[in-house]
Design a binder for this molecule. Structure first.
Ligand SMILES: Nc1nc2c(ncn2[C@@H]2O[C@H](COP(=O)(O)OP(=O)(O)OP(=O)(O)O)[C@@H](O)[C@H]2O)c(=O)[nH]1
Ligand SMILES: [Mg+2]
Length: 371
């Protein structure tokens, strides 16, 4: 599963700057006009375990997990209401949203609202996203009523009636300022509305772009932003210095390390955002390691071995026999697979085993004769 994230924000908040930081790209950032074409880039998820495993197994290739970022044009205030958010079709497709919020002061770059006020922008964005979802529901409801009337009693009409029930529930929540991600919808409810790709249903990562001057305010600003979000579970927060991080991301590794030390940055913006995204979405990695390939795979926490197998290939899920597993730490302690076996650290697990972060897995499977 390649995780997909959409970068949104008001004009000139630093979206493309953050995108460049994350993807090591050089997309054009600008103080003037609006970049209209979206940027899409893939990022390798930093994982120090891969390097260690590569040393141990000396594989033909090493494949990290990846995250895909889409950077769209800034959205003008009021765009949600008209159903005309820029890049809407693109951000509907992603699994989670990253909201870049301007906290940096720059007299040469006026804020479209006249002042720099991150809390106001966070609240305005919440409204824009809610308006966009409401517009979808308001368009759908009358049509749904219509087709319920026209459809004969039976399963099809029942499905429509159920969808209407769910839509009414969503409508009510949104009009009370409750984002859909806070509703704890059931599997069936989620299935009924999957096609609409509601924006406030997506987990949201809020990134404060501090600029150069306000780094010392990070803690205070983050606390204010969290308080304004009112304890919503599925909103994550991070802060970074946009422009500096972008410069950092364009340096060679050793130069970057030196620069980070000078600036007192302990974790790069890239790794901070990826880790925050993983946490927000409840994701983790398991690993496969052998002579051919050392590779990291992304799954949701709580995934059983059978489903994890399916992440690699549907055949492995279909013909699953068992999973041979050693934790990364145990493997490092033992020094190799045969040593881990001797020490009894190499376990055999069944379909329902819940995968743990850093598990190194060999799936045994058999698909011959099965259809
Ligand atoms: N001083 C300062 N300027 C920044 C920072 N981050 C971004 N900028 C500047 O803000 C301007 C806009 O940055 P972009 O990254 O293009 O912003 P954007 O949100 O992608 O803009 P649009 O796509 O046009 O909405 C550029 O001139 C950047 O150099 C920062 O951390 N500090
Ligand atoms: Mg941009």
């Amino acid at each position: 599963m390649a995780l997909t994230l959409g970068i949104i924000g008001f004009p000139k908040s630093g979206k493309t700057t953050v995108f460049n930081t994350l993807t090591h790209s050089n997309a054009e950032t600008s103080a003037y006009g609006t970049s209209s074409s979206p940027n899409i880039g893939t990022v390798k998820v930093p994982d120090a375990r891969l390097a260690k495993l590569t040393e141990m197994f000396n594989p033909k290739k090493t494949t990290p997990a990846t995250v895909e970022y889409t950077d769209v044009a800034g959205m003008a205030k009021g765009a949600g209401q008209t159903g005309a958010l820029p890049g809407l079709n693109l951000i509907q497709k992603v699994e989670a949203l990253v909201h870049v919020v301007r906290a940096f002061e720059d007299p040469n770059l006026p804020h479209p609202e006249g002042s720099v006020d991150p809390i106001r922008d966070i609240q305005t964005m919440d409204l824009e996203l809610a308006f966009s979802d409401l517009a979808v529901i308001e368009k759908r409801l009358p049509r749904l009523d219509d087709s319920i009337k026209k459809t004969k009693p039976g399963p099809e009409r029942e499905a429509q009636a159920f969808e209407k029930e769910v839509m009414d529930k969503l409508n009510e929540a949104l009009t009370k300022d409750i984002p859909l991600r806070d509703l704890d919808l059931s599997e069936d409810e989620l299935k009924a509305i999957r096609g609409y790709q509601f924006l406030t249903l997506k987990p949201l990562l809020t990134i404060l772009n501090l600029g150069e001057e306000r780094a010392d305010d990070a803690g205070k600003l983050l606390a204010e932003a969290k308080a304004a979000a009112g304890g919503h579970q599925k909103i994550g927060f991070a802060a970074l210095r946009g422009k500096i991080e972008m410069e950092l991301s364009q340096l060679e590794d050793d130069e970057a390390a030196e620069f980070m030390q000078e600036l007192g940055i302990t974790e790069s913006g890239l790794s901070k955002i990826i880790h925050a995204s993983y946490d927000l979405l409840g994701l983790m990695s398991f690993l496969t390691a052998g002579e051919d390939e050392v590779r990291a795979w992304t799954i949701k926490k709580g995934t059983p071995a059978l489903k994890a197998a399916g992440e690699i290939h549907s055949d492995i899920e279909r013909g699953f026999i068992r999973a041979e597993i050693v934790s990364f730490d145990d493997l490092m302690k033992a020094g190799g697979i045969p040593e881990a076996k001797k020490l009894g650290l190499y376990r055999s697990e069944g379909k329902t085993y819940i995968m743990q972060d850093g598990d190194i897995v060999n799936f045994l499977f058999n698909v011959s004769g099965k259809k």
